[in-house]
Write a protein that binds this ligand. Sequence first.
Ligand code: CP
Length: 307
Amino acid sequence: MSKNVHHLLGIKGLEKGQIETILDTATNFSELLQAPVKKTPALRDITIANLFFENSTRTRVSFELAEKRLGADIINFSSSSSSVKKGETLIDTVNNILSMKVDMVVMRHPAPGACLFLSKHINAQIVNAGDGTHEHPTQALLDAFSIKQKLGDISGKKVVIVGDIKHSRVALSNIYCLKMLGAEVMVCGPATLIPKHIEKLGVKISYNLDEALKWCDVANMLRIQLERQDQRFFPSLREYSTLYGLDLNRLNKLDKEITIMHPGPINRGVEISSDVADSQHSIILQQVENGVAVRMSVLFLLAQHKL
Ligand code: CP
């Protein structure tokens, strides 16, 4: 979200003060969402198009609810039931939708950089809802909000992100966001799933989950993204789960409490066991709940040109 363009294309490019403004405003919306009347007409003159060129449950529903809570008019577009199937290009598709007087576009797309590309060709504000292996900024913002809600100040907290770092837009956006807010960040996983030179982003690296868990205050467990893997990065899911899966046995070996996160969707029994995902250590469903307030904050601030 640059000062003049007013998009949210990624966490990279945001300033610390802008992230803090988003999180502070989300706190106000979070309080509104606890009230009997959960709506405000703040965006009643705005029309938002939700364009999803890739599957989503949490992000799509969360944006739609955030928009409705803000009183916006919305249209939902899914590429699987559209004229994209007949060969229409991304720019033609979006420009046709924009011709119906749409102000803002929320887009998920499998291609890294798709939102940046679109921002150079269309006349509307764009919010990145996940672009391939690149960024997922609202996920990182809701993750930061959830850590703050559970542990207080993020500065100085130790967060390990575990799993498929190489293919994860959640990992990259989280690293940018948490580092900006003063957290210490570690990535942990098999060497084949840790990108070369990632330490240049100021993160620690561990290949041993038990050591990483001893170090951290928060463990963010990522899904193995088999759909993005064009080769085998580990011998079997069983071996991955043995070395990098989080179960109660591993948690019980620690002499401290840690907070467990997961962006979803969960592969139960692979990167996280059900007894951990559903335990009191886990804030997975709070993350989903907080997503609505954080997305309300982003949409509101963008529409008001307050970022
Ligand atoms: N966390 C997340 O992006 O989930 P969805 O793919 O279901 O939107």
